[in-house]
Design a protein around this ligand. Sequence first.
Ligand code: SAM
Ligand code: SF4
Length: 329
Amino acid sequence: MRDSFQRNIEYVRISITDLCNLRCRYCMPEAGVKKLRHGDVLTYEEILRVVRALAQLGIRKVRLTGGEPLLRPGIVDFVRRIKGVQGIEHVAMTTNGVLLSSMAGQLKEAGLDSVNVSVDTLREDAFVFLTRRALLPSVQEGLEALFSAGFADVKLNCVPIAGVNEEDIVQLADLARQYDVKVRFIELMPIGCAFEAGLHGIPMDEVRKRLSEEYGTLLPVERNSSLQGPAEYACISGFRGQVGFIDAMGHKFCHTCNRVRLTAEGFLKLCLYSGTGLDVRVLLRSGAEDGDLAKALARAIRRKPEAHSFLEESGGDVRDARYMYQVGG
Ligand code: SAM
Ligand code: SF4
């Protein structure tokens, strides 16, 4: 469906849990995490109802995220059921990869179309510093399992942070030379912990500069689908895969934004920045009929803000107080 700025909304990102087995400094506090109560998290049945209603409105792609989505019991069967919803063409997942080694094959068999693995460094000490957990070997095993399972569309996401993982930019990009993967760099957003810890992201122009100094010209790749998202991709001579850049802080892609988000407790978020949206859980649990649910979702989507206000001193919209692990990225 079209929102009030004529953008075609066709993609929903669903956080299925607020729990995580890592504690990335820019995303989740080490201590004092307020976990949702079990009964506050949408059940799989409830999420499926929302996905069916959204599919009727024109949503074609679903991404499962978290917290760490692979921690939620029953995830493989849930992927199969989402994949079976009429109108849903693509089911994707964003994961930290820690649990992938034992699950990649089953996820592929259940119909998962693509996987994004977040990996900010390949150095043990930097990984432990960034995630506060010594689990890099599990992530590396997870990546191997992903390739063995035959996933054709694998992306690695890295958030470059000044003074933390700068030297990993070239090393991570090098994976796209060795494998047919897209290695994407994402600008740090000043949300939750990243904001509180005073971490500074490295601007994408700087990341591009470092890569071209190392590898030569970055040849831009043309967009091939509206479902591709905000990343700009580039080819490098001799590389099997590609590198990508998500310049999150500029307003470059708000005018083409095609997505909404559903939090684990059932809040439909219309923009990553803004707190505006719809409490879908209340609707679901107060006996709304399918038709009423679809109408309420459509009304909410029409209110999607025109652009985020991360860069403004006081944007016209209200900044959401949720942390990234509560939203799903
Ligand atoms: N646990 C999964 C993972 O790490 O891939 C899924 C959830 S995580 C919140 C989704 C994505 O959000 C990750 O790629 C992570 O790097 C990114 N992220 C978290 N906080 C961020 C921030 N402040 N700025 C930019 N990206 C962030
Ligand atoms: Fe967990 Fe993902 Fe957040 Fe890291 S980025 S703490 S893995 S939810």
